[in-house]
Design a protein around this ligand. Structure first.
Ligand SMILES: [Zn+2]
Length: 167
C-alpha cells in the first residue's frame, strides 16, 4: 500500500500516479545511458494501471504523449508533463526490480530526441533482445541490473558501438 491511499476502506485507484517510485529509476537511467540522455523524467507522469491491459497481447507498459489540452490543465495544477508511461499491474506485478528497471529503460527509449515517440524497430529494442534475450521479461528469467556499475550494453551485447550494424 502506498501513501496515496488515505484510509484502508478506500478503494485502490484504477490509475495511480507512481512518480515517487519510478522517477528516481528513470533519472538514474537517463544519467547513465547516453542514448536516452535527452529524456526528462520530471516531464513524465508515471501511472500504474490496475484494470485491463486491453487487447489479447501481453502488454507490460506503454508510453504515450499527453495532449496539449491536458498538458495545459495539468500545468494549472502545478505539473509539467508531456508524456505518460503506463505500467500494467496485471503483467508487471511479478517482475523483479531488475526487470522493472529494464522495462523503464525500454519505455524511456520510446521518447525520441525530437520529442516524438519512436517505435520498436529502433536500436533500443535490439539492445534489449541482444543484451538480455527474448524472454527478458518472463517472471523467472535472469535479468541484469542495468543500473549496476559494471553493466552496460557494450558488455551485455559484446558488440560495442557497432551494435546497429548487427541488425
Ligand atoms: Zn515498447
Amino acid at each position: 500500500m502506498n501513501g496515496m491511499v488515505i484510509n484502508d476502506d478506500a478503494p485502490e485507484y484504477a490509475y495511480e500516479i507512481i512518480n515517487d517510485k519510478m522517477r528516481p529509476i528513470a533519472e538514474r537511467l537517463t544519467a547513465k545511458y547516453e542514448e536516452i540522455g535527452h529524456v526528462r523524467p520530471d516531464r513524465i507522469l508515471f501511472v500504474l494501471c490496475r484494470g485491463k491491459t486491453g487487447g489479447k497481447r501481453i502488454v507490460l507498459a506503454k508510453t504515450l504523449t499527453i495532449s496539449l489540452k491536458w498538458q495545459e490543465l495539468l500545468m494549472q495544477l502545478g505539473g509539467e508533463y508531456a508524456y505518460m508511461i503506463e505500467f500494467y499491474h496485471k503483467t508487471t506485478a511479478m517482475l523483479s526490480q531488475n526487470q522493472m528497471t529494464a522495462l523503464v529503460y525500454h519505455e524511456l527509449a520510446h521518447i525520441g530526441p525530437e520529442g516524438d515517440l519512436v517505435r520498436h524497430d529502433t536500436e533500443d529494442w535490439w539492445r534489449m533482445i541482444a543484451g538480455m534475450g527474448r524472454h527478458w521479461s518472463y517472471p523467472d528469467a535472469g535479468c541484469p541490473n542495468l543500473l549496476a556499475p559494471d553493466v552496460d550494453w557494450k558488455r551485455l551485447t559484446g558488440k560495442g558501438d557497432d551494435i546497429r550494424a548487427a541488425i
